[in-house]
Design a protein around this ligand. Structure first.
Ligand code: NAD
Length: 481
């Protein structure tokens, strides 16, 4: 059985205590590889390696670091097919999705920051005749980067690339649920001869390996993407040490649909924004709010399309949804469907697990599910489910739509469908959300600030925001007359 290894100080290593965890293929429900169950010793070894590599890496010219990032990007490009297959097996997502979205985006994250760092400039201010302020932006030190399982290599690289570009060294921990492409990334780093210690990848559980990493006094900053409860726990440990922290957390995103929208475009995109990656994208719209005038038309058309979405073998090109990432997560999603019934909701379509045949008979599959009739304050409309489950709710006025949209503790993403530009701008301004899409969804530009407000996080990733986060500004004022 394939054994994943840690990547520490340029080498692929067994965990010190030689303990391993099972890694499951969600499409079959079977164990198919082993993951290091790393402990504090592995984490501290990785941090020490990152610490001793820091000075050398930070003192390279930006253009030299950019070249290393380009090499990583090219390494990902060369192994696209292998990485996509690994991502699909590890996560349960359709292979076509991993091939067309996850792996190209991971490649582009490194490419993007290899060019961004070449163009990154700091500010200077002429304050008066003979007085100038200029700002240095210095790398900070050892960055701890922790990522979730839903877009494994895509989100892992979204942190590592800007951290390295800015001149930090990194200890990264991928999700224990989907470790395989992070391991393949470490193989790529070995292949291209990335200087030892610049990037270290330690595998293991959140509450042990992850916790040892964020609790260490020897790291300098933390970039985390994952659940809100985990983010709160990390903040409690890291904040009193006054270390920089970026927390990208959960969401309960509203999708606001007005009578005057372009119906067909809205319908097709809403299928995607509801169920892409089995609904396991932090940006998926899980609360669909529809203006009363087209509520029935939307409901009929949406349910008819959802009924035809195929749940199947992730390897098959016609599977629109693959498997749910883990048994724990599968049980959690099904429990929310039961809760929706208890809370008085009506299941319009789906609402059940799906059993496939043959080698997939023990895999974890759930039918795309649409629920109506739930109050805005009920748990199903307030808590993040993070699966192929959406609710639909009617509204009568723009004010009501806004109140519904803002009725949760989250504030990550929102989609608005209307052809009335003034209304779109008004709502875009007022919805509590870090990211607003108008008449589109997941149309990403890597230069834009990415992240949420309220319980969806602290800080932003993307573009200059990430480079600002991964550097310490130092302002110098000089009087020269
Ligand atoms: P999670 O919080 O359980 O785990 C995320 C990562 O944190 C994993 O690597 C895990 O091992 C680690 N971890 C867990 N406990 C830890 C601890 N005590 N100390 C240090 N590390 C710890 O989240 P998940 O289930 O892997 O991911 C799903 C969540 O991620 C959802 O809430 C989703 O909305 C969120 N998410 C947010 C974004 C965003 O950009 N805002 C993007 C993707 C996913």
């Amino acid at each position: 059985m394939k054994k994943i290894l840690n990547y520490i100080n340029g080498k692929l290593l067994e965990p010190v205590a030689n303990k391993y965890l099972d890694n499951f293929n969600p499409a079959t429900g079977k164990v198919y590889s082993l993951i290091p169950n790393s402990d504090e010793q592995d984490v501290e070894q990785a941090i020490a390696a990152a610490r001793s590599a820091f000075e050398g890496w930070a003192s390279l010219r930006n253009t030299e670091r950019a070249e290393w990032l380009e090499k990583i990007s090219e390494g990902i490009e060369r192994r696209t097919a292998e990485l996509a297959l690994a991502e699909s097996i590890d996560n349960g997502k359709p292979l076509w999705l991993a091939t067309s979205v996850d792996i190209p985006r991971a490649r582009d994250n490194f490419k993007f920051y290899s060019t961004a760092i070449r163009h990154y400039a700091s500010e200077s201010h002429q304050t008066a005749e003979g007085v100038i302020n200029y700002t240095l932006r210095k790398p900070i030190g050892v960055a701890a980067c922790i990522s979730p399982w839903n877009l494994p290599l895509y989100l892992f690289s979204w942190k590592i690339a800007p951290a390295l570009a800015a001149g930090n060294t990194v200890v990264a921990k991928p999700s224990e649920v989907t470790p395989m492409t992070a391991y393949l990334l470490s193989e790529i780093c070995v292949e291209i001869g990335l200087p030892a210690g610049v990037l270290n990848i330690v595998h293991g559980l959140g509450h042990s390996t992850g916790n040892a990493l964020i609790s260490s006094d020897n790291i300098d900053l933390v970039s985390f993407t994952g659940g809100t409860a985990t983010g709160a726990h990390i903040a409690k440990i890291v904040a009193p040490k006054f270390k920089k922290m970026s927390l990208e957390l959960g969401g309960k995103n509203p999708n606001i649909i007005f009578n005057d929208c372009d119906f067909e475009a809205m319908l097709n995109t809403t299928l995607n924004s509801s169920f892409a990656n089995q609904g396991q994208i932090c940006l998926c719209g899980s609360r669909i709010l529809v203006e009363r005038g087209i509520y029935q038309k939307f409901k009929d058309a949406f349910v008819a399309k959802v009924e035809n979405m195929k749940v199947g073998d992730p390897m098959s090109d016609d599977s629109r949804l693959g498997a749910i990432v883990s048994k724990i997560h599968y049980d959690k999603i099904l429990s929310y469907i039961d809760l929706a019934k208890e809370e008085g909701g009506t299941i319009l379509v789906g609402g059940n697990s799906v059993q496939l045949d043959g080698e997939h008979k023990d895999g974890w599959y759930i039918a795309p599910t649409v629920i109506e009739g739930l109050d805005r304050q009920c748990r199903v409309n307030q808590e993040e489910i993070f699966g192929p489950v959406v609710t639909i709710q009617p509204f009568d006025t723009e004010e009501e739509a806004l109140a519904l949209a803002n009725s949760t503790g989250y504030g990550l993403a929102c989609t608005i469908w209307t052809n009335d530009l003034k209304k779109a701008h008004r709502l875009g301004d007022k919805v509590d959300s870090g990211i607003i899409w108008i008449n589109c969804w997941l149309l990403r530009d890597l230069r834009t600030p990415f992240g949420g407000m309220k319980n969806s996080g602290v800080g932003r990733e993307g573009g200059w925001e990430a480079l600002h986060f991964f550097t310490e500004p130092k302002n110098i004022c000089i009087k020269y007359t």
